[in-house]
Design a protein. Sequence first.
Length: 434
Amino acid sequence: MRFHQAALLLTSASSILVGTQAFSTSFGSKTPKKSKKKKKVKGLAAVLEEDAGKADEEAATKKSEEDRIVAETLAKKEAEEIIAAESAVKQAEEERIAVETAAKKAEEESIAAEAAAKIVEEERLAVEAAAKQAEEERLAADAASKKAAEAAAQKAEEELLAVEAAAKQAEEERLAAEAAAKKAAEAAAKKAEEERLAVEAAEAAKKAEKERLAVEAAAKQVEEERLAAEAAAKQVEEERLAAEAAAKKAADEIIAAEAAAKKAEEDRIAAEAAKAEEERLAAEAAVVKAEEDRIAAEAAAKAEEERIAAEVVRKAEEERLAAEAAEKTRLQEIAAAAEAKEKAILDAKIAEETAEKERLQAIVQAAADKKAAIAEARQQPKAPDVEKALAEKYGAMELGERAFNILVDLGIVELNPDPESKDYDSSADNEFVV
């Protein structure tokens, strides 16, 4: 595309140049004709007119050449602008690719976070399902206890009706017997009837008391069963509320852990930025100080040299030579001391940089190992033996501990370093972030 546009620009410039030359040719062709007509006169005017035509032709040729140069310059400038535009487009494309890469990385992290959230949500749903099952069992227990109480009450009612029917039947039989006995012998039967009535009343009262006690015992048993069912239902309800409270506590702990992890990451980024800025300012200050020391040393050396030169002028030639020899020796000693000092500083700096490089390599290696472990933890699907091992690992933990360890293994939550560990880096403990 770039070469095509450059070719178009060169074609346009060539067209302008051809048009200019055509104009120059047409203008020049008219001049000789005009000069040819004037040659018949053979005067000074013809010569002057011929010179004017040549001057016009040269001016036109020069103008066409200038137009060609301008056209070529414009074409070259436009080609350079096209190249610069293509470079800008290429840079924008690279930036777009970088943005897409960052977006892809953020998308992967978001997918990992969603996976962790999904695991937590599944655990929450499992807890809710357990709570729902406990609630259903409680309702079933309530229904069973209610049904048993209703059945016991209905049975007691039926027994009571049966007792009343039997008493009524006994009363009817007694009345029939009394009527028959009365017809047989009223006088003798009256006394016997009174005795029988007394005996029957006592027996009936005794029997009715026994039946009443039995009904009361059955009702009491039904009431005890109802109370036991209510106690069981109450216990199931308490267990359900405890499960819901545990699920809510675990969710709150997960949210708090995510917030703490996010704040720790923000603090870490701010601390790294502040530390980098301080190091940059310190390096710039060291460079400025070194430059000032060098200028001061040069000025002092120059002043010393001027002083020595003034003394050499005032003193004799021998004293001047001795002074120069002493100064040379002194300068050599200073140079040797400075060289030894610089060498010691350079060796110390090299040793420090080597140690720092090894430390940074260890940190980078640890970060790479951690990143690889996180990538392996986030990789899906997993082998059956790996799934089994993870299930055994997380299954033995409590809900909160399980959620926390899953977040740590997925790299969503980072653990703080242990100050008691032998690998702990205490070089930045005395630094403060403002």
